[in-house]
Design a protein around this ligand. Structure first.
Ligand SMILES: Nc1ncnc2c1ncn2[C@@H]1O[C@H](COP(=O)(O)OP(=O)(O)OP(=O)(O)O)[C@@H](O)[C@H]1O
Ligand SMILES: [Mg+2]
Ligand SMILES: [Zn+2]
Length: 274
């Protein structure tokens, strides 16, 4: 008869407890290979674990505040098929594809120069909605974070202005000084979406302070916008700020036939079709 076997019960219990301990250890440690020690043994040899690099990279990405959905954008997955080989931009007479190729090349050169410590001039990425401006800015951020220890800060301009405004009324988590100071002094600043926004004299002034500081200290800035510098942007943020942007950023363009978001949505719909 097997229904009461104290020895088996104790054995089973011990086995269960042991496996629980192992499971518990596994879930507590993030890395199964080194149990978060940073090194593991290969025979007699202590080997540095890959997770250390990965965690450092994750921390860098977190500190740079790039949105999660944009982490994967890299020069390798920038597609040129969205830029027409036939349609020409009337002023330069170059096709949208040629423009995208040139812009991509300058962006890549900038990323490489910055890693080497040789980039003083920033970039101004201009173009219509859904033309890949933010995508390309993210490619640069990704390249820099993966290939250097240089600090990068990615700010979406309307968010930054809202955060600064919130500190003004003391409802936010940041102090105005720390935010503006971070945007001023970081070795590489990406200002995404400098566009139509309700700029008050006060936020205009903050924007001017940041840009003026960076020009004076030769700190490169990447700006994306879908407004024209000479027209819309000047009336929104003022001549003095625009003049400094012109001074510190190389102007680049991306032109597309259709909003790439729309193209992507259609591609997805086709894939989902039964
Ligand atoms: N060259 C590209 N290759 C692959 N995907 C792209 C490319 N350009 C844009 N995309 C994708 O298209 C979408 C829109 O791109 P993005 O956000 O860069 O546009 P944008 O020019 O910044 O637009 P907006 O002016 O509205 O901010 C994103 O989902 C992005 O991942
Ligand atoms: Mg954008
Ligand atoms: Zn590890």
């Amino acid at each position: 008869m097997d229904y009461f076997n104290p020895e088996k019960i104790v054995k089973d219990l011990m086995r269960k407890q042991k496996s629980n301990i192992i499971i518990e250890q596994r879930t507590k440690c993030e890395c199964n290979r080194c149990q978060d020690r940073g090194i593991y043994m290969e025979g007699e040899l202590a080997v540095p674990c890959q997770c250390v690099k990965r965690k450092a990279l994750e921390k860098k990405f977190k500190n740079c505040q790039i949105p999660k959905s944009m982490l994967k954008h890299s020069f390798n997955n920038f597609q040129f098929s969205y830029y027409s080989n036939n349609i020409k931009e009337p002023l330069s007479k170059r096709t949208y594809l040629e423009i995208a190729q040139k812009t991509y090349q300058y962006a890549q050169e900038f990323a490489r120069d910055f890693v080497k410590g040789n980039a003083y001039e920033g970039l101004l990425l201009q173009g219509p909605v859904g033309s890949g401006k933010t995508f390309l800015a993210c490619c640069i951020v990704n390249h820099v974070l993966r290939n250097s220890d240089k600090e990068v800060l990615f700010v979406i301009v309307p968010d930054l202005l809202e955060k600064i405004k919130a500190t003004y009324s003391n409802t936010g988590d940041y102090t105005e000084y720390s935010l503006v100071e971070a945007a001023c002094g970081v070795p590489l600043l990406v200002m995404d979406d400098l566009g139509a926004h309700n700029y008050t004299d006060w936020t205009k002034n903050k924007l001017y302070n940041i840009i003026n500081y960076r020009v004076n200290h030769e700190l490169p800035t990447i700006i994306t916008t879908n407004l024209f510098l000479a027209g819309d942007l000047t009336s929104l943020i003022g001549e003095r700020t625009v003049s400094r942007i012109e001074q510190m950023c190389r102007p680049l363009w991306l032109e597309r036939e259709r909003d790439i978001r729309e193209v992507l949505r259609e591609e997805k719909a086709v894939q989902l079709r039964p």
